[in-house]
Ligand binder design. Structure first.
Ligand code: BDR
Ligand code: CA
Length: 331
């Protein structure tokens, strides 16, 4: 049987430990072809995010265009990055870095997204796992973008699961709620992979140790170091992770959805984002599309989002581990 061509992906990211984990899964998986990495502020400054994307690809011996994107949220003031979660350098405070020589693509992240989508209409999938400023800016640059991209998959938001930066908000959406609302209000084929599923999947630190020993490679040593730092944060937060060190692999699940959507159960509806006040960053799913709500902002014909509500966690972890242990790193 003829195997399917790998999916061409632009990876919009703020690396970030789980961003790094997701990147390496994508590089290891034969079904994914990363054609560009667009960076944004979020877990770290955008400068650090771009530095990390260049570094992670260089040490994995990959040559992929990397761009620098938005520095701050669209409307609200920016905040200090969460160095207690990802480390001040975004990769768990690496003690040293190898010398690498790859350099940035000079375009902005938004311009790169538009250029690639225009050059290959209907071909590119956008996987976005940070605040959504780059994508919303690309949409402003080219309002036809939703018809030019094949699909958009975001890690962000939550419906039933409590938030991770407030009782109702997930970090990526909360970091730039105005940008997120613009993204949910545009007519792409859009899937939201949020805390409803990412909080069901724990990657154990012990696996990253095994992975590092298996490959004996700087890329997996770096990932092991970063995950150890990140797991310490999660162990302090959740009892089950204190007993068995590990972490939520949020961004990874966006790629797992891309390559194995059958592992997820979806609900579909329109989503709006609370941009101000105590609910800022909340992703509100309209589950009653047949009701003509009189409240402004909830028309019956808003763009629809597929929302991941359940995941087969054991199958997801098995896929991750099998893929990462495969022969994807050259010496
Ligand atoms: C999201 O926020 C970031 O800290 C992670 O990288 C992930 O994208 C989880 O809420
Ligand atoms: Ca991220």
């Amino acid at each position: 049987m003829k195997s399917k061509a790998p999916r061409k992906v632009i990876y919009d990211t703020d690396p970030g430990v789980d961003d790094a984990m997701a990147l390496y899964f994508a590089l290891a998986h034969p079904g994914v072809d990363i054609v560009g990495i667009t960076t944004t502020f979020g877990n770290v400054s955008v400068d650090q995010a771009a530095t990390n994307a260049l570094y992670l690809t260089a040490i994995a011996n990959r040559s992929i265009p990397v761009t620098k994107g938005v520095k701050t949220p669209w409307v609200k003031p920016g905040e200090a990055p969460p160095d207690f979660i990802h480390g001040a350098d975004g990769l768990g405070n690496l003690p040293s870095r190898a010398i690498t020589t790859n350099t940035l693509d000079p375009r902005s992240s938004a311009q790169f997204i538009v250029d690639m989508a225009r050059a290959q209409p209907g071909e590119i999938t956008l996987v976005a796992v940070g605040p959504l400023g780059n994508l919303s800016l690309a949409l402003k640059l080219d309002p036809e973008l939703p018809t030019l991209l094949r699909e958009v998959i975001i890690m962000g938001g939550t419906v039933d699961e409590p938030g991770n930066v407030s009782p109702v908000a997930e970090a990526n959406i909360w970091n730039d709620p105005h940008a997120a609302d613009a993204v949910f209000s545009a007519p792409w084929k859009l899937t939201m992979v949020g805390l409803d599923v990412t909080h069901r999947v724990v990657t154990e630190l012990a696996f990253f140790k095994k992975l590092a020993e298996h490959h004996g490679h700087i890329a997996t040593d770096t990932l092991h170091h970063a995950v150890a730092f990140y797991s310490t944060f999660y162990s302090g937060l959740h009892k089950h992770l204190a007993l068995n060190p590990g972490c939520f692999a949020h961004d990874l699940l966006a790629f797992v959805y891309l390559v194995a959507p059958e592992l997820f159960k979806l609900e579909t509806g329109s989503i709006r984002v609370a941009t101000e006040g105590i609910a800022q960053g909340q992703t509100m799913l309209n589950r009653r599309a047949y009701i003509d709500y009189p409240q402004a902002g909830w028309g019956r014909h808003l763009p629809q989002t597929d929302v991941c509500m359940e995941v087969d966690a054991p199958a997801c972890l098995a896929l991750f581990e099998q893929t990462m242990l495969s022969d994807w790193l050259t010496p």
